[in-house]
Every structure is written in structure tokens, then in C-alpha cells.
Design a protein around this ligand. Structure first.
Ligand code: ADP
Ligand code: MG
Length: 399
């Protein structure tokens, strides 16, 4: 692994791709600084080595091509300076307008930081444009990618740029952590290996389910998507969410798991509600017997018990997708118990990983994120890796 860990960057001028795509409120204040905080170890390592650091980042989805105030990284400069304890040089000027960017990059001293404005202001960025990559490459003498959340995109700053530094391209700390753990899961998992896959839609998870068939011993299927399986099997699902056009897909998957000897588990009972609301009336029913007018919102107590047992017997646990509508506290129990069980299994020596925007939010909300081996910071990127796809941002460094 080409990691920054093993290199001293003293005197180097580093082009560092980070993920600063943080949410802002209407006053342009940062409402969640997680991504900025997570990039600090890599920035600080380079600065402490004595490198000059040029930061590349995207911010939202600008549409016009060229500068747009709403999508400018000017909104995070001050906060970033505070985090780093030093001024951050910044300009809203873009490459090609005049020489401001080149001048700032050239004059940057060891220990100094320069943040370029939103890399997506350049129309070539999302097209992997080689001319833009070459122009950026001239600003520095090596390339580090630490933007795991963007590495499933074949963009200039996440992939193309690496070509210009065949011997000087590295993973930042965050990327290294993600890639090491993903490889462990997909290539070196200890058995029994249990995947717990949930969420709302089978269509968004089928790629992962298929790719995991050859890797796992147990597959636990939870969340709203299990009702597509239940309906396909002839059960009554009431108003529960279901993708009617994916019922064949569901049956086909169950058949494949039988053929491959994967033990699959579909929850046996459900907590149903008469409304999609935290004040709904609720009752517990067998999974395939949801009454008309009711809708499944969480897994039931018997399922919770059985899933906990499977988790506790596993050496590797991979979880993506909540068990129920965890955003409503009344229906968060299944999700919460799975999180707590994975943490307990970890304490007893298993390896547990969680990925996916909502699943990670659930674990974070419970304050359990630091008690698992691996909580992925990249929703879409991690899921694509689990689907068996090659991520351009990883491949570009490893090639
Ligand atoms: P992740 O972001 O972790 O990959 P998903 O986006 O696939 O997870 O799924 C999360 C969503 O699934 C949540 O908003 C949750 O409310 C919803 N969900 C889970 N169980 C159910 C259910 N039984 N009915 C409706 N929605 C559900
Ligand atoms: Mg989600």
C-alpha cells in the first residue's frame, strides 16, 4: 500500500485531495464538521513533515461552470484555519482566469496551506479532463488522495491527476484506513462471516447481496426491503414498502443462496404500525401476516433475539442498512440492538464493520461508532466497493 505513513514529505509540495463537502445552514455556518475533522490527521502529518500543502476539494454540485458563491469553499476557510492553527491561503480566482492560483502555489512555503476553490468549478473535473489534470499537476510535485467519499468517481482530482505522479502518489491516512478494512472484509475475512443487509430498497442493495454470495456464511436480510421477499413468497405485507417489480429478483437471490450454501435469515416477526409516525399504534405480528392497513416498521422481539445469536457466533460482521424506520424512536429497537450486539461481539474478539449513510448515522447517534473496528466514512464509495466494483480513486493510486 502506497501510504503517506512511510514517507517524509519535508520540502515537498503536495497536491492533497480531501473531502470538505460539509453541510451548511442558511447562514453558511457548518452544521457538521465531521469530514473536515477527519481530514486533519493527513493535513497535519504533511505540514509537520515540512511540506507545503495545496488542498483540492469539491463542494456541492455547481451547475454553471465557473465560480458560484453558493458553492465556494470560502465558507470553510476560517474554520479550517482554526482547526489547523495557522492561516489558510485561499483565492476565488480559478486557473486560467489569471495567474493568481499559480502564483500562490509557487510561493507556498513549507508548513503553509493553500486551499483552491471548488474543483467542480472547472467543467473538466467531472470529465476526467487530461488538460486540467496536467495544469493542476504543474502546481505540485506529488499527489495524495484522502477523499474516500469521492473515490468512486473518475474525476480529475480523484483519479486522473494520479497519472502525472507515477512514483509520487499516495493514500492519505483516511483512505488507507478505509482501503485496508475493505480489503480485509472482501479478501481475508475470518469465518463465520455474517452480512446484515437492510434498508428500504432491494434494488439499491442487490449488487452487494450478489457480490457477497461467494464470501459470507450467513446473510441476514432486514429493513423495508425484506417485504419484497415476503410478498414474493406469498406472505401478507399490508401497507409495508415493497418493490413489486423486484419480486423475481428476490426469489432468484434466495435460490442462489440455497445453491451456494449461504444460510439466510429473514426475520420471523415484525413490529407493525397503523401509520408512518412515531405516535402510530403498534403491534407485533408474524412477518408474513401483516394485517391490511398496517405497515411493518421494525423487526420484532423474536427476530431480534435470533439475529443477536447469529451475530454473537460470528467472527466477521458486516452491516449495511437499518432494521427498521430507526429515525422514529419507536421503531429503532431492532437497529439499536444490532448495533449493540455488533459492539459486544467486537469486545469478544470478532471483527465488525458498518457502512452506509443511514446505518453509520444510527451507530453514531448511539455513540457506538468508536467501539467497532471499522465505520466507513464513505457511503456511496463503500457500497460500490462491496458490490465488487473497482473504485477509480483507489485504482489510480495502486496502478
Ligand atoms: P444505508 O444508508 O445505511 O445504506 P438505506 O439508505 O438503504 O441504508 O436505508 C435506510 C432507510 O431504510 C431508512 O431511512 C429507514 O427508515 C428505511 N427503512 C428501514 N426499515 C424500513 C421499513 N420497514 N419500512 C420503511 N422504511 C424502512
Ligand atoms: Mg441511505
Amino acid at each position: 500500500m502506497k501510504s503517506i505513513k512511510d514517507v517524509n514529505f519535508k520540502g515537498r509540495k503536495v497536491l492533497l485531495r480531501v473531502d470538505f463537502n460539509v453541510p451548511l445552514d442558511e447562514n453558511k455556518e457548518i452544521t457538521d464538521d465531521t469530514r473536515i475533522r477527519e481530514s486533519l490527521p493527513t493535513i497535519n502529518k504533511l505540514l509537520n513533515d515540512g511540506a507545503a500543502v495545496i488542498l483540492l476539494a469539491h463542494f456541492g454540485r455547481p451547475k454553471k461552470g465557473g465560480f458560484e458563491y453558493e458553492y465556494s469553499l470560502c465558507h470553510i476557510v476560517q474554520y479550517l484555519s482554526e482547526c489547523l492553527g495557522r492561516p489558510v491561503k485561499f483565492t476565488q480566482r480559478l486557473l486560467g482566469e489569471d495567474s493568481t492560483v499559480e502564483d500562490l502555489a509557487r510561493d507556498l512555503k513549507p508548513g503553509e496551506v493553500f486551499l483552491m476553490d471548488n474543483i467542480r468549478f472547472y467543467p473538466g473535473e467531472t470529465k476526467g479532463d487530461e488538460a486540467l489534470a496536467e495544469r493542476l499537476a504543474r502546481l505540485g510535485d506529488c499527489y495524495v488522495n484522502d477523499a474516500f467519499g469521492a473515490c468512486h468517481r473518475e474525476h480529475v482530482s480523484t483519479a486522473t491527476l494520479a497519472k502525472f505522479f507515477p512514483n509520487d502518489k499516495f493514500f492519505g491516512h483516511l483512505m488507507e484506513h478505509e482501503v485496508t478494512n475493505l480489503k480485509k472484509l472482501m479478501l481475508n475475512a475470518e469465518h463465520p462471516f455474517t452480512a446484515i443487509i437492510g434498508g428500504s430498497k432491494i434494488s439499491s442493495k442487490i449488487g452487494i447481496l450478489e457480490n457477497l454470495l461467494d464470501k459470507v456464511d450467513n446473510m441476514i436480510i432486514i429493513g423495508g426491503m425484506r417485504y419484497t421477499f415476503t410478498k414474493a413468497q406469498g406472505g401478507n405485507i399490508g401497507k409495508s414498502i415493497c418493490e413489486d417489480d423486484k419480486m423475481d429478483m428476490a426469489l432468484d437471490l434466495l435460490k442462489k443462496m440455497d445453491e451456494k450454501g449461504v444460510k439466510y435469515y429473514l426475520p420471523v416477526d415484525s413490529v407493525v404500525g397503523d401509520r408512518f409516525d412515531n405516535s402510530a399504534r403498534t403491534k407485533i405480528v408474524p412477518a408474513g401476516q401483516v394485517p391490511d392497513g398496517w405497515e411493518s416498521m421494525d423487526i420484532g422481539p423474536e427476530s431480534i433475539k435470533e439475529i443477536r445469536e447469529i451475530i454473537m457466533e460470528s467472527k466477521t460482521i458486516l452491516w449495511n442498512g437499518p432494521a427498521g424506520v430507526f429515525e422514529l424512536p419507536k421503531f429503532a429497537k431492532g437497529t439499536n440492538v444490532i448495533a449493540a450486539s455488533a459492539v459486544l461481539a467486537c469486545k469478544l474478539g470478532a471483527y465488525a464493520a458498518v457502512g452506509g449513510g443511514d446505518s453509520v448515522a444510527a451507530v453514531t447517534q448511539l455513540g457506538l461508532a468508536d467501539q467497532m473496528d471499522y465505520v466507513s466514512t464513505g457511503g456511496g464509495a463503500m457500497l460500490e466497493y462491496l458490490e465488487g466494483k473497482t473504485l477509480p480513486g483507489i485504482a489510480a493510486i495502486e496502478d
